[in-house]
Unconditional design. Structure first.
Lengths: 428, 428, 519
């Protein structure tokens, strides 16, 4: 080697390669990093623009204004969007003027309250991080886990059960125990489609969706039967968990910011380490990228496929456990608001990399948090977020559309999402 | 050189012939197990004098009435046990050869009939009504399967059927309510589904993104959009969500046949549409130029291309036609059955349709059989919970989902999957 | 007389490559023009332009003196041009009739297919040109030679005048190849004109009327079989003197390293792919497995490397029974495997070169401590291998999929041969490579043999087998029908064995092997 010192690169380099998915040229590294994140960023912006348009055209007030004059209609169109997105911002980050005056007053409580929207966004991001990691890990292993929703429900049910039925444990044992029970429940729900795929070739896309519906019915039965709260009067709701099983909050109510967010960050690091630093992770990624080569390299495809699905399910189960132990403290049917589908968007947006998933989750948590306020202020259904997300995924998956909209030059090599899925014939 | 005739150099391998007695015995044991279940769980738990009444005319039907079947419960069960045991014995001793699976199916049907007899012991069950609703419930599943066949025979995986049907259902309800016209409602439902199909086609054929992801994008979008519109308009203004329903149309003559008439020939337009599409599709796929070309594009697009067939155009056409069929399936929910749109009312039927397609081996005829089976599972669940069965209704509601998974595990990978299914065509 | 086809100044550029550089070509009616060039010389690109699959950047195409524009295969078909592709363009689950009529279907009314009429026309063609085939059979049930006949019938059905054959003999036995040549001669006698693309010198000399040689996208010369010989053609094709035979000294083989006894392998549908075969491979010898593709070679390789379930029989490696051992255990014992399809089996294309270089060993020390990967060690080892094996890559982090075919194969060779191995299974190690890479890989394999490694070499290229092997095993329909020492092997003799003609029915030849080059 001519320049051994320059050639010696650190281990993380290989990882960066896979995050950015571009051939390395040292001098172009910065540029290539920007190249790799510009599509997601433009996708988000474009998605929000489409959302704005939808808010505008579905506004009844706008059509009423068009009745008076054309100009009034146009003005109302933009006013609706501005009102909605202002509410979105204030609901998710906070009201800047309130924040400043709170800081000036120096009142601890006032500061916390002014910054609560932002903290609440992190709270809302937490289940997204777990769920997004679940899908991303599945994708890395060549598995399309659409069953996050069901795994989340079962995880939540398991965590709830351990949370209320065991008494007399100290918090530092009970809380982790309940959390792990949640992971285990999700893992079990992932195991079934995993083993079916590995041994019979039954496609996980259909099986995980079927497992979702089975999970809904099953938890419905649990909550109205064996896990029903005494005196609930037939309502399908579980008893409250013991205080010792709760994930601790950092501030007093109504601020819900809690340890769960940091557990999620820790798990994200763990997943990153597992995927990119260990032989286990390389096994998963090998099977996920080229199962034939993995077999050639001597791997047991069946067991690795099952492990991939189990780990993915466990992460989804953690999302459910987090919701129960940190926020709801008891389980009812309206537990999830579509985390299962949203998590697919998160994984793709984050290019199946844990860091990317965390960033995307914080974004989605922020949006969802703000959307709640937007619903109150502008009566816009919260499902607007799903629509925006669908656009984002579409743009991330088909960067050519974004390039066409913004007249970007085509890169020499197409930036590929790290997803390798097979059709119905695959899996065997 | 010798004058030997050219020996063929490949293929013509010997086959290990499978007269495996083990398999024969196993099937026999399965059949015996069914008989044992009937005997010990059903027959032994029924009070000796109980009577089961099967009503053989669906509710609300006036032509083609049939007398009720009044059966002594225990005796009937013993007879069914006897038949099953005889079949099992023949299976174990000499086997049924080619009809082995059919005999197994017959025993399974006897088992289900025994189950119904047992459940309805001392009560009356409308068997004809159950079968009639099975046919109705199979409509969206079967139409979903047809949509899948159209797309996947041409090489495009379509998991967006669920989303297309959901959108069709919502738009059908909305437009049907506004116009008070069934036909316009149906047309609008088809149009909305075709638009989504067009998006799927552009994403997967033009932009060549992973077809499973493209389908997921549409599902996310469709779930979000239908819920958004539903919350913003349909729920706030009930007049927008009360479309008319297609009435029963008795077919003169045929509708008067007892039992069969009311189930098959005095029913909804959608059932007749389903049969019409079945015949057209079956003939068109296998006996026309169009079908030959569609299948060639799904098997070996490059070969088709070298013979001057426009691969891209053929695929677009197939996906759009798939959208038409899915749109009809979607309209069934609101205009054919319920008369109202509820959020996520398709409840996974699109995915079950895909399973029916796989089970039916990509043939319209097979898919119809599979669709009817799933429809039956669905109707079984709802009817039995009405009967006040000891089995919790939530478990009954799991039946179609469980059946889907069992079918996927048992039958996928046995038939021929279009060789180029899911692969974008690169024209180099 | 106007030539039936003329290409003038055809130029095609791909990113970074000039695939065709102002190529001129003339084809006269009723002649066979051979287009000779090694892999990657630009022959197939040129023909794809002629057939409308690619668009040329410059140049024009004239049929019977009239310039035509070929922007799709339809245009080519209409101009009377037809092509038998290297990889057959047949749909296995369709019948012969359906395959032939596709795109030009016989119809009854309203788009309904008229299969009987088409079948009748196929029967007529097959009788007229002695191309025997049953129109009602499914293509998947036909032997390769017959499938090729179906391809030819497809062209005649469309009344093509100019027939292009792209490497048609790659999948045939020498015997079937001779039959094909007879068919080709019959076709030109009936007035058709043929362009025959190949890289096999013997075939060119045997069947062509005229020979055009292409190198690096440009025409480098034109000759006739009468004027040329193999050596001259070889140097025209490669552009330098080629060492036709790898130098290999005779060596007494050592003890048995791998032994196979009564091996039977059945596939998923219970078809017997390997039928009771026994042989052994000794240290320091190369055993070549000859045979037409699809006669059980793939399954044999998979059985030896643990990739397929063995139905019955026994495989031992270095004295240990590995019949039911896992691939990883077999690797650990000191076995290496160069797989048949490098992109599908041997490499993970989106992964960096470094990870591909440790694909079979990353879980071992020093590349992993426990479960933790040691990327420093992986990368430094990769960099050494890149240097030792002269892999042309920007660096160790480059995705292996962005390398050329030859360099991808070098990655596999480096990974497998750099380990201290006792047994090497190499399946088609030079498939689709250029001469330089072939020479290099042959040299490496012989070097490994000289170091005392036992080697099983599987290749459908008979010349490669003859060139490298010490003993040659011939496979036919899942059986080894003969094992011949290389001193006794001639091309004709092995060719007959490959066609399933057993040693008892033919006389053993005597004399020294004459090895020809293959490219």
């Amino acid at each position: 080697m001519k320049k051994p010192d320059l050639e010696k690169q650190d281990a993380g380099k290989v990882v960066l390669q896979e995050l950015t998915d571009s051939p390395s040229k040292k001098n172009h590294e910065k540029k290539s990093f920007w190249m790799s994140i510009r599509i997601p960023i433009l996708a988000i912006v474009t998605g929000l623009v489409f959302g704005a348009f939808l808010i505008g055209v579905t506004s009844t007030r706008m059509y009423a204004a068009f009745g008076t004059s054309f100009g009034a209609g146009i003005a109302e169109f933009f006013k609706e969007i501005a009102t909605a997105y202002t509410a979105l911002f204030q609901g998710s980050i906070g009201n800047p003027s309130a924040m400043i005056s709170a800081l000036q007053s120096g009142n601890q409580v006032a500061i916390r309250e002014a910054f609560n929207p932002f903290l609440e966004s992190l709270v809302q991001s937490t289940p997204y991080i777990f769920a997004g990691l679940a899908v991303a890990l599945g994708f890395r292993a060549g598995l399309f886990n659409i069953g996050v929703e069901g795994q989340l429900f079962i995880g939540a049910a398991a965590a709830t059960y351990v949370g209320y039925s065991i008494t007399g444990l100290p918090q530092y044992i009970h809380m982790p125990l309940a959390f792990l029970a949640g992971a285990l429940g999700g893992a079990l729900w992932g195991f079934v489609p995993g083993i079916l795929k590995a041994t019979t070739g039954g496609h996980e896309v259909i099986n995980t969706i079927m497992m979702n519906w089975i999970a809904f019915r099953f938890t419905e039965w649990l909550l109205s039967g064996p896990m029903n709260r005494p005196g609930a009067g037939g309502m399908p709701i579980s008893p409250l968990i013991q205080p010792s099983a709760e994930i601790p909050k950092f501030f007093q109510s109504p601020i819900r910011f809690n340890l769960g967010f940091f557990i999620a960050l820790f798990v994200a690091c763990l997943v990153w380490w597992l995927l990119f630093k260990t032989t286990w992770g390389l096994n998963l990624r090998l099977v996920g990228t080229n199962p034939r080569a993995a077999k050639y390299a001597g791997l047991n495809i069946i067991s690795i496929t099952v492990i991939g699905m189990v780990l993915s399910g466990a992460l989804a189960g953690m999302a459910g456990a987090n919701q129960i132990l940190a926020l709801n403290h008891s389980m009812a049917l309206g537990l999830s608001s579509g985390y299962g589908y949203d998590s697919i968007a998160l994984a793709l947006l984050g290019n199946n990399h844990p860091l990317g998933v965390v960033l995307a989750s914080i974004l989605f948590g922020t949006l969802r948090n703000g959307a709640t306020k937007m619903m109150v202020v502008s009566q816009i259904p919260i499902d607007i977020i799903s629509i925006v997300q669908a656009f984002i995924v579409m743009f991330v998956a088909a960067p050519a559309i974004i390039r066409a909209i913004y007249r970007l030059r085509k890169p020499e090599k197409e930036e590929a999402t790290a997803v390798f899925l097979s059709g119905w014939g695959g899996g065997k | 050189m010798t004058t030997t005739t050219a020996p063929t150099t490949m293929a013509v391998h010997k086959t290990i012939t499978q007269t495996s007695p083990v398999k024969r015995i196993i099937y026999g044991i399965i059949e015996l197990a069914f008989a044992a279940l009937i005997l010990f769980i059903f027959a032994q738990t029924v009070p000796a004098g109980n009577i089961t009444t099967f009503v053989m005319t669906p509710g609300g039907i006036t032509i083609g009435k049939a007398p009720d079947w009044i059966l002594p419960t225990q005796l009937t069960l013993y007879i069914l046990v006897g038949i099953s045991v005889v079949l099992a014995a023949i299976q174990m001793i000499r086997g049924f050869g080619k009809v082995t699976m059919i005999v197994l199916g017959v025993v399974a049907i006897l088992f289900i009939f025994s189950f119904l007899t047992w459940q309805a012991s001392g009560k009356s069950l409308n068997l004809a009504g159950m079968l009639s609703s099975a046919v109705l419930l199979s409509v969206p599943i079967t139409l979903g399967a047809y949509s899948g066949i159209l797309c996947e025979r041409s090489g495009v995986i379509n998991i967006a059927i669920e989303g297309m049907m959901l959108m069709g259902a919502m738009v059908g309800a909305l437009v049907g309510s506004v116009t008070h016209s069934l036909i316009i409602g149906l047309a609008a439902a088809i149009l909305s589904s075709v638009l989504l199909a067009a998006v799927h086609a552009v994403l997967s054929i033009k932009y060549k993104i992973n077809q499973v992801i493209s389908g997921t994008v549409i599902n996310i979008f469709s779930t979000g959009m239908t819920s958004f519109i539903s919350q913003k308009f349909l729920q706030t203004n009930q007049a927008l969500n009360s479309p008319p329903i297609f009435p029963r149309i008795p077919i003169p003559g045929l509708a008067e046949i007892p039992v069969i008439g009311p189930i098959l020939f005095n029913t909804n337009l959608f059932v007749y549409l389903m049969v019409a599409i079945l015949i057209i599709l079956q003939v068109a796929l296998f006996s026309t130029r169009w079908g030959l070309r569609v299948r060639s594009v799904g098997e070996h697009p490059k070969a088709a291309d070298t013979l001057g067939i426009n691969v891209i155009k053929t695929r677009y056409m197939s996906v759009l036609l798939g959208g038409v069929v899915a749109g009809i399936g979607g309209a069934f929910f609101t205009l054919g059955n319920v008369g109202r749109f509820d959020e996520e009312m398709t409840a996974g039927k699109g995915f079950i349709g895909l399973a029916a397609m796989l089970f039916g081996n990509y043939s319209p005829l097979g898919a119809t059989g599979a669709g009817l089976l799933f429809g039956f599972a669905d109707s079984l669940g709802s009817k039995l919970s009405l009967l006040g069965s000891a089995i919790p209704p939530q478990f009954m509601a799991m039946a179609p989902y469980l059946l889907t998974m069992i079918v996927l595990a048992g039958f996928i990978g046995r038939g021929h999957v279009p060789a180029a299914d899911g692969e974008p065509y690169e024209k180099e | 007389m106007t030539p039936i086809l003329q290409l003038k100044g055809i130029t095609k550029r791909f990113p970074g490559v000039l695939a065709n550089d102002h190529i001129d070509l003339t084809l006269n009616q009723g002649e066979i023009l051979a287009l000779l060039g090694e892999n990657g010389a630009g022959k197939t690109t040129l023909m794809n332009i002629l057939y409308g699959l690619y668009q040329p950047d410059e140049g024009e195409i004239l049929v019977k003196g009239q310039p035509i524009k070929v922007s799709s295969p339809t245009d080519a078909i209409n101009a009377g041009i037809g092509m038998v592709h290297q990889h057959f363009m047949l749909i296995p689950v369709f019948t012969v009739t359906e395959n032939v009529m596709l795109g030009d279907e016989s119809l009854k009314v309203a788009g309904f297919l008229d299969r009987p009429t088409a079948a009748k026309k196929i029967k007529e063609i097959s009788e007229q040109y002695s191309l025997e085939v049953n129109p009602d059979e499914y293509v998947r049930d036909l032997p390769v030679g017959v499938q090729q006949r179906v391809e030819i019938i497809k062209l005649l059905y469309r009344e093509a005048e100019i027939l292009i054959f792209d490497e048609p003999t790659a999948v045939l036995t020498p015997h079937e190849a001779n039959e094909l040549f007879d068919i080709m001669r019959g076709l030109v006698k009936k007035g058709k004109s043929i362009i025959f693309i190949t890289h096999k010198l013997r075939e060119v000399l045997e069947v062509a009327d005229r020979i055009m040689v292409i190198r690096r996208g440009a025409v480098v010369g034109e000759t006739t079989p009468a004027e040329a010989d193999m050596k001259k053609l070889a140097s025209m094709m490669v552009g330098r003197e080629v060492q036709l035979v790898v130098s290999k000294v005779h060596k007494e083989p050592g003890p048995v390293v791998a032994a196979v006894q009564d091996l039977v392998v059945a596939d998923a549908t219970n078809q017997i792919m390997i039928d009771q075969i026994s042989f052994d491979v000794r240290a320091g010898e190369i055993v070549g497995v000859a045979g037409v593709q699809g006669n059980g070679q793939t399954e044999l390789v998979e059985a030896l490397t643990g990739l397929v379930k063995i139905t019955s029989g026994k495989v031992t490696l270095l004295g240990e029974d590995i019949t039911h051992a896992t691939p990883r255990h077999i690797t650990k014992l000191g076995s290496a495997h160069v797989p048949e399809d490098r992109q599908r089996d041997g490499l993970v294309l989106p992964f960096p070169v470094a990870e591909n270089l440790v694909l079979c060993t990353y879980h071992n020390s020093p590349f992993a401590k426990g479960v933790i990967l040691q990327y420093d060690k992986i990368v430094s080892t990769a960099e050494e291998l890149i240097k030792d094996f002269d892999i042309r890559t920007p660096n160790a982090y480059t995705q292996v999929g962005s390398l050329s075919g030859g360099n991808q194969q070098k990655v596999i060779i480096a990974r497998e041969l750099s380990r201290p191995i006792k047994f090497l299974v190499a399946s088609q190690p030079t498939r689709g490579l250029d001469v330089g890479s072939i020479e290099y890989i042959h040299k490496r394999i012989v070097q490994k043999r000289d170091e005392g490694c036992a080697i099983l070499l599987v290749s459908p290229e008979l010349d490669e087998i003859l060139e490298l092997s010490d003993r040659i095993a011939v496979m036919f329909r899942g059986k080894i029908i003969a094992i011949v020492p290389s001193e006794d092997a001639t091309k004709e003799y092995i060719g007959l064995l490959m066609a399933g003609i057993t040693p008892e029915t033919i006389e053993k030849p005597t004399g020294k092997t004459v090895v020809e080059t293959t490219f």
